[in-house]
Design a protein around this ligand. Sequence first.
Ligand code: ATP
Length: 244
Amino acid sequence: MATDARGLTTEPAVRVRNLHRSFTKDGGVLNGLDLDIAPGEFVALIGRSGTGKSTLLRALAGLDRDVAGHGRIQVPESVSVVFQDSRLLPWKRVLDNVVFGLRGADAADRGRKALAEVGLAGRERAWPYQLSGGEQQRASLARSLVREPQLLLADEPFGALDALTRIRMHALLRRLCETHRPAVLLVTHDVDEAIVLADRVILLDAGVVDTDVRVELTNRSRSDAGFAELRSLLLDRLGVAADA
Ligand SMILES: Nc1ncnc2c1ncn2[C@@H]1O[C@H](COP(=O)(O)OP(=O)(O)OP(=O)(O)O)[C@@H](O)[C@H]1O
């Protein structure tokens, strides 16, 4: 059962029970997966290539219609998804992308506020192609957060960015999550990214949860001893030597 910051029992934002998914007759990708995410909890999902991370994320996002009947999935009503590419509509200006499909007379104001929050004030009328990769991902985050989702799903959102931009995006995402408090499931290949950002790191192997650790570091600096210890535990579970 999930608990909140005061240790009180809460209804989880995400509940997955005994989820199975296969694409061929030979073997499953998800093999009876169980997972709870508490409201406002930030979970990073890591695992070797092909262990079913994106398959799980797509199932939670409702993008995999065939998953129905292969287990139980409970997600909140409002879910937003961010991918590695920003998926901005190239024929719409940045603000129009952010508020696309949003109702209400205050939609444009909310969109402007969201753009300011991600550091894109003044770029409302730009076209997506006029933004850098990092700025496009900022716009993509604004488009998600303007909807105030109870669950944010992110599949390698910073995977295509350079190292410096990634670090800036980590700080931004943490700040946004502290303000908006969605439950988050972030798929990443980067163990350090998982430790820097998440309250909990889950390692998937062969379509089930292999390791589930809470990140209880007050100092999220990569040079911190606790950080290094957690990194080596996770790399070990991934079958990679920490100093490799
Ligand atoms: N729509 C699909 N049709 C057929 N096979 C699929 C489909 N989606 C995923 N798979 C297969 O399921 C397996 C798991 O894929 P998935 O993308 O979930 O892995 P992943 O852990 O996210 O990997 P990576 O870290 O490389 O992104 C892979 O072998 C993939 O080829």
